[in-house]
Every structure is written in structure tokens, then in C-alpha cells.
Design a protein around this ligand. Structure first.
Ligand code: ZN
Length: 317
């Protein structure tokens, strides 16, 4: 039977970075409401995400960096109790509150648990509705709303704990997944394909590309049909040649035409189309195994519709 896992955790909703911040808890509400309204939730296997272990995090992040976040969290919990509000800024856009540490552990833990379940055959594939997102988190640096690189941690887990030899990462967020590239560049077991608006935050991904990275920078106002062409011409041949045993998706929906964070022109139909192409490749080479993790997507209505379209294809519903 075709089972699609849906991983999330209550702490993912308690992490927040201040009033008016676009990477807000309401993003998860928008997704949840859309899945309920459409009835799609009935067809999914809902699972509460466990926390990632220190050892798994250390496959992708420096031990000192992990400790720094943990100690910062201890201070925030004390400050929160004393003053009622506490934030620690990692960069101008990226802050921890007293729940961020737990939320980040469960976000990475969702990706790891989904990986285990998909490899063990308990699930056909999975979507992780988690925040904080991960693809800007570097080996030793939080940035761009990200703390732990959920996808990169789970990729390393699949290789080191399950012995997989060929793992692919597909990143369709409007921003370049610089953190994922930082952690996975030159890993012989990994192929990463992406497109991203350029020039644009984080202003990386176009120079000194590692041989296992297929980065396609695209100008602002690129539309869905052009993105479908580049997927067909640049991603699909490399993925078919690589024959991935498992495919991770860094599923950011901020390239949607209604999302003001970026200036690209995708619609939910484009996300469904891209997801179907990835499913086809996963079925041909990797027993259909896909683990998809939420990254960006800030226009709440468009986010809800896009995630619904994405999951509808994953779940074959
Ligand atoms: Zn993004």
C-alpha cells in the first residue's frame, strides 16, 4: 500500500523570530488548514517527529557550533523566565527564542525519522512540515532563517547509518541552498540539483561549482514553463545518469508568483509537475523513495495551495 508520511512537531510552531517576521508559525497553520479543507490529511500518515540525536547532527555540523546553539538556548530559557521575552540574533534575519533549539532538533529529527521509515519500507515517501527550515544552515553557521540543515543531516544519516551509495537532493526554493552545498559539495555519494533566482540572496552558487552540484541560476521574473524546460534539460539527465537510491527535496515554495520574497513566476501546477518528474525518477531508480522537507514559502495562501499540490502528487491522491 502507498503510504505517505506527514511529519511535524508542536515545537516547530513555538519557534518565532519577532513580530512581523515572514518565517512565522502561521506558515504551518496555513499548510495544516489547507490539508484539512481539502481532505487530503485523511490520506496521510501523521507522525510526531522525534528529536535528532547529537551524533546525527554532528554528521553535518561542527560539534562546537551545535554546542553554541545549545548553550544559547539555555540562556534564552533563563532570560525568558526572568523577563518574559528573549531573542538571540544569529544574523539580522535569524534569531533564536526559547523554543528554537527544540524546534530545530525536531525539524532535523523529522527528516531523519522519515529517512528511516522510507528506507525500511514503512512509508513510500514523506513530507516534513517543519520549521526552522534548513537549506541555508552551513556546517558551522546559522543564517537565512536556518539553524540545522535538516536535509543535509538526513542525507548524511542515509549514507552513514543505512549505507546508501547514491543520494540525490533536489532544491526548488527560490534561494540558493548554500548551506546544503557547503555540507555536501564533493561528497561522492551525493548529487544535488537546484535552480534559484540570481543575482539574489545569498549571492552564492554560481562560482567554483563542485562536480556533484547542478546549480541553475535564473533571472527574476522567470516563469513556470521556463523552469519546466530547465528541469527537463539540466536536472533530469543528471538524475537519470546518477540513479539515486533515495531523493530528498528541499521544498521551498517562495518561487511562487504570489510570493513577494522572490520575483519568480511559478504556480502550484508547476510544483505538481516538478514533483511528478521527481517521483518518476525515484520510481525508476530508488523504489519511489522520497523525503521532502519544507524550506521557504511566505505568501500563506500560495504556500498552503502549493504544499497541497506537492503532497497530492507524493501521495498519489
Ligand atoms: Zn527561500
Amino acid at each position: 500500500m502507498h503510504k505517505t508520511g506527514y511529519y511535524t512537531h508542536p515545537e516547530c510552531r513555538r519557534h518565532e523570530m519577532g513580530a512581523g517576521h515572514p518565517e512565522c508559525p502561521e506558515r504551518l497553520d496555513a499548510i495544516q488548514e489547507r490539508l484539512l479543507m481539502s481532505g487530503l490529511d485523511i490520506g496521510l500518515t501523521a507522525i510526531e517527529a522525534p528529536a535528532a540525536s547529537f551524533d546525527d547532527l554532528a554528521l553535518a555540523h561542527d560539534v562546537d557550533y551545535i554546542d553554541h546553539l545549545r548553550l544559547t538556548s539555555h540562556c534564552l530559557i533563563e532570560d525568558q523566565a526572568a523577563t518574559g521575552t528573549a531573542y538571540a540574533h544569529m544574523d539580522p534575519d535569524t534569531a533564536m527564542n526559547s523554543h528554537t533549539w527544540e524546534a530545530a532538533l525536531h525539524s532535523a529529527g523529522a527528516a531523519i525519522a522519515a529517512t528511516d521509515a522510507v528506507i525500511n519500507g514503512e512509508l513510500a515517501n514523506a513530507f516534513c512540515a517543519v520549521r526552522p527550515p534548513g537549506h541555508h544552515a552551513m556546517r558551522r553557521k546559522a543564517m537565512g532563517f536556518c539553524f540545522f540543515n535538516n536535509v543535509a543531516v538526513a542525507v548524511k544519516h542515509a549514507i552513514h547509518q543505512h549505507g546508501l551509495k547514491r543520494v540525490a537532493v533536489v532544491d526548488f526554493d527560490v534561494h540558493h541552498g548554500n548551506g546544503t552545498e557547503d555540507i555536501l559539495a564533493n561528497d561522492e555519494h551525493v548529487l544535488m540539483v537546484s535552480f534559484f533566482q540570481h543575482p539574489f540572496y545569498p549571492y552564492s552558487g554560481t562560482e567554483k561549482q563542485a562536480s556533484n552540484m547542478v546549480n541553475i541560476p535564473v533571472p527574476a521574473y522567470t516563469r513556470g514553463m521556463d523552469v519546466r524546460d530547465l528541469v527537463e534539460n539540466y536536472w533530469v539527465p543528471r538524475l537519470e545518469e546518477f540513479k539515486p537510491e533515495l531523493i530528498f527535496i528541499s521544498a521551498g515554495f517562495d518561487a511562487h508568483r504570489e510570493d513577494d520574497m522572490g520575483q519568480m513566476g511559478l504556480t502550484e501546477q508547476d510544483y505538481a509537475w516538478i514533483t511528478q518528474r521527481i517521483c518518476d525518477i525515484a520510481k525508476r531508480h530508488g523504489k519511489g523513495r522520497i523525503v521532502s522537507c519544507l524550506e521557504g514559502g511566505y505568501a500563506l495562501s500560495a504556500l498552503g495551495r502549493s504544499v497541497e499540490a506537492h503532497i497530492r502528487v507524493l501521495a498519489d491522491l
